[in-house]
Design a protein around this ligand. Structure first.
Ligand SMILES: C[S@@+](CC[C@H](N)C(=O)[O-])C[C@H]1O[C@@H](n2cnc3c(N)ncnc32)[C@H](O)[C@@H]1O
Length: 272
């Protein structure tokens, strides 16, 4: 296991890189963040590798999860019965070693954005499905859903979550290149550099009036004025990389949402 000084919140900027390096779970212990890996690897951070102790770290990780409500959707990773109103969509989620519990801002931004779209009967592709959370939410909102993830270990987790929630969302291992169909909506919680690289593929997989939801993007720097209103310099951070790629591919930016340091961009494929 890899130990870094800080918390999930203070090290939020580093966590995507830890997941990408093969991290299988994280937990806070005192003033440190513990990231679990199957094998040691090179990490460009100021942390230390330690031998895992006998702690059941997966149980510890699970114990740190709590139900999250985003609009009409409640994600429940605890397994406990919840007392919610009848119109609430409750998704029971067992993330296992996959990302996607609803605790992270990026997942919550995407769930919020999915609820703003009229998804009934629409075809949705969940790119980087992880636990299957976004695909299952989209299916519960009426969409027909396929999810892909290039980490084959996530697929059984996502399929089991679909089964647990009586969802018809289907999940497969692979990347966008393996998918030949087009979709009304693509929802992609990855990171800015990958969005930049995948942008031509996103455009190819969108219907002419399709919607692209991109998150996992670090925001530009905020500047508070005297009235404490914050304006965002979107040319800093990773956001400008993604907005430039949208322009390059002829995709129109329609909306920007931010939670903490994270941004979601909603774009449309132009009809031209
Ligand atoms: C940040 S997690 C998002 C999980 C979930 N969709 C959510 O919003 O919580 C990103 C996921 O994308 C997958 N991924 C990374 N690069 C990918 C690629 N090129 N194609 C497909 N999936 C990819 C990772 O394996 C990981 O499961």
């Amino acid at each position: 296991m890899y130990q870094l000084r800080g918390s999930l919140e203070s090290l939020d900027d580093l966590t995507p890189a830890l997941w990408d390096a093969g991290c299988t779970g994280m937990e806070e212990r005192g003033d440190t963040l513990i990231a679990y890996f199957i094998d040691r690897c090179e990490l460009p951070f100021d942390g230390a590798w330690l031998e895992a102790d006998d702690t059941d770290w997966l149980a510890a990780y699970r114990a740190s999860l709590h139900p999250v409500t985003i609009g009409r959707v409640t994600i429940n990773p605890t397994g406990a019965a919840l007392n919610v109103s009848a119109d609430q969509i409750v998704i029971d989620l067992e993330p296992g070693l996959a990302f996607g519990t609803g605790q992270h801002e990026t997942t919550r931004l995407a769930i919020d954005a999915l609820q703003r779209l009229a998804l009934r009967g629409k075809r949705v592709l969940d790119v980087g499905a992880g636990s299957g959370i976004l695909g299952i939410v989209a299916e519960k909102l009426g969409a027909i859903v396929i999810g892909v993830d290039n980490d084959p270990q996530t697929v059984p987790v996502a399929l089991e979550n679909a089964r647990r929630n009586a969802s018809s969302a289907s999940f497969q291992a692979g990347t966008l290149e393996a998918i030949t169909e087009t979709f009304d909506v693509l929802v992609c919680n990855l990171f800015a550099e990958l969005h930049d690289a995948l942008m031509p593929q996103y455009r190819l997989h969108l219907e002419p009036d399709g919607t692209l939801l991109l998150t996992g993007i670090l925001a530009g720097t905020g500047q508070a004025d005297a009235g404490e209103r914050i304006t965002w310099d979107t040319s800093s951070g990773r956001e400008s990389l993604v907005t430039a790629a949208l322009t390059r591919e002829g995709l129109r930016l329609m909306r920007r949402e931010q939670a903490g340091d994270w941004v979601l961009l909603e774009a449309k494929r132009s009809n031209a």
